[in-house]
Design a protein around this ligand. Structure first.
Ligand code: ADQ
Length: 468
């Protein structure tokens, strides 16, 4: 079996305390690479004051060899905080209003991709399969091709690929689209994303379509398919079951004092619909006053990307909103919303999911959303909680038995909360059983194997050719 080389912006080296990183990318890939072994290259998270970036830091943990590179402060500002997180992220999540395009950041993005290519180049062996991840690194294959790499190279996009009108609003969209054609296999979370991508290609007259999945550009060919990412379903279910015995679990149950637990777990991000969710919860409490004092919403939201201004503003907005609802509706012995800004360890999280009667997973737009999947896997099948899920999460394409909502419809979501809490146990079991079957079939191992089978299946190294 060919060695696997993974490249992603950040590389989650597990720390001694076992604290799980807050990104789904990290959680999924760690599981996959452990099983196969290989090399994982990415940014160390450190930035230098000048352009004197040192050699790669190399280390080995279990089956995975890590290679980490520092970036300069200017790199981080332009490539990461700038183009990746203030242009690509908002545009792929349909937030053109938040995109702050600048030529300096755009140039920095392409420069850092070139730099990643130069760091990777000496580590690549002829038969390696190279798997590049996410929106930070779209032009990486084109850079590697320019530097003569002929290996099979795949790309998986963890976030949505937007509709052509949205994508085309980005000034540099044509160069990005062209650089996508330097890959051999392109993976998207959903069929919808794949179709959006194919529509972008055809609007540009880029590539000929051979069939539903295969395209040619010049003498190169590539495939574009959807590979919905999953979780380690059985392991997570077992973890949740064990967690029910822990002291934390018991303390939490005691503190609920008979109230029903509703749970929300998200990185603090405007795409996650947290403010709309709190509005819907408030509307539910106001319109169903008999539920007051009987439920508690636990919103677990670690801060992320605080150096990007939109995120800092959002941190304040959510904290104020939770405080306002608690002030208006809370009583001396009941707090409607428990809002915490920290990342929990996976066993604790699994136990809390299992305790909850209802999960609110209401992103305005999300590539997949693994919290939805983890919540389902954590349930006790005899008396499962209900998943309330946004139609705009990739997960809604698979988990059709969830209670699906439009998160922009605050009152509709409030009604769905009421319906979910009153759902009879037979219906909850039926929905849960169907969703678990899906999650067991499409788990993270199936996702990884499906992508890598396609990547390995093509012709052996293509002729190196500039992508455009
Ligand atoms: P994210 O936007 O980070 O990932 P998500 O899929 O929900 O979103 O992944 C979150 C992961 O982080 C989950 O495994 C979750 O358990 C963990 N997590 C979240 N909050 C946590 C907390 N408070 N404590 C501990 N762990 C926490 C991106 C895309 C998604 C896509 C994933 C994977 O935006 O759409 O599903 O990549 O492809």
């Amino acid at each position: 079996m060919a060695r696997l080389v993974v490249v992603s912006n950040r590389v989650p080296i597990p720390d001694k305390s076992g604290t799980a990183p807050a990104g789904g990318l990290a959680v999924a890939l760690q599981t996959a690479l452990e099983a196969r072994g290989g090399l994982w290259l990415g940014w160390s998270g450190r930035s230098c004051t000048d352009d004197a970036v040192g050699p790669l830091q190399r280390l080995k943990e279990g089956n995975i060899e890590y290679a980490l590179t520092d970036l300069t402060e200017r790199d981080v500002e332009e490539y990461y905080q700038g183009f990746a997180n203030r242009v690509l992220w908002p545009i792929c999540h349909y937030r053109l209003d938040l995109a702050e395009y600048g030529r300096r950041e755009m140039a920095g993005y392409f420069r850092v991709n070139r730099f990643f290519a130069s760091r990777l180049l000496p580590l690549i062996e002829p038969d390696d399969l190279i798997w590049i991840h996410d929106y930070h690194l779209i032009p990486l294959a084109a850079e590697l091709r320019r530097q003569g790499v002929t290996n099979r190279i795949g790309f998986f996009l963890h976030i949505p690929w937007p509709a052509p009108d949205v994508f085309h609003a980005m000034p540099v969209h044509e160069a990005l689209l062209t650089s996508m054609t330097a890959y051999d296999v392109l993976g998207f979370q959903t069929e919808h994303d794949r179709e959006n991508f194919a529509d972008c290609l055809s609007r540009h007259g880029l590539g000929d379509r051979l069939d539903a999945f295969r395209f040619t550009v010049g003498e190169r060919s590539f495939t574009a398919r959807s590979y919905p990412i999953g979780i380690e379903t059985d392991d997570f279910a077992a973890l949740a079951k064990r967690a029910a015995e822990t002291a934390l679990h018991k303390r939490m149950l005691q503190s609920l004092d008979g109230k029903q637990l509703i749970i929300g777990v998200d990185r603090l991000d405007y795409s996650k619909g947290i403010t709309q969710r709190i509005d819907a919860f408030e509307s539910f409490l106001t319109r169903h006053a008999d539920s007051q004092r009987k439920v508690t919403l636990l919103q677990i939201t670690p801060k992320s990307r605080s150096e990007v201004p939109e995120y800092e503003a959002m941190q304040r907005a959510v904290a104020e909103q939770a405080g306002r609802v608690n002030g208006a509706l809370g009583t001396v012995d009941w707090v409607p919303i428990r809002y915490i800004n920290r990342s929990l360890r996976r066993p604790a999280l699994a136990g809390l999911y299992r305790m909850a009667k209802l999960a609110l997973v209401t992103p305005l737009r999300d590539g997949m959303n693994l919290v939805a999947k983890e919540f389902v896997a954590a349930q006790n099948g005899e008396d499962p909680g209900v998943l309330l899920l946004s139609r705009f999460a990739g997960a809604a394409q698979e988990l059709k038995e969830a209670v699906l909502v439009n998160p922009y419809d605050v009152e509709g979501t409030a009604d769905a909360i009421a319906r979910s809490l009153a759902m009879p146990v037979e219906e909850r079991r039926e929905r849960w059983t169907a969703m678990m079957t899906t999650l067991r079939t499409n788990d993270v191992f199936a996702w990884c194997d499906g992508f890598l089978d396609d990547l390995a299946a093509g012709p052996t190294p293509q002729q190196a050719r500039p992508a455009a």
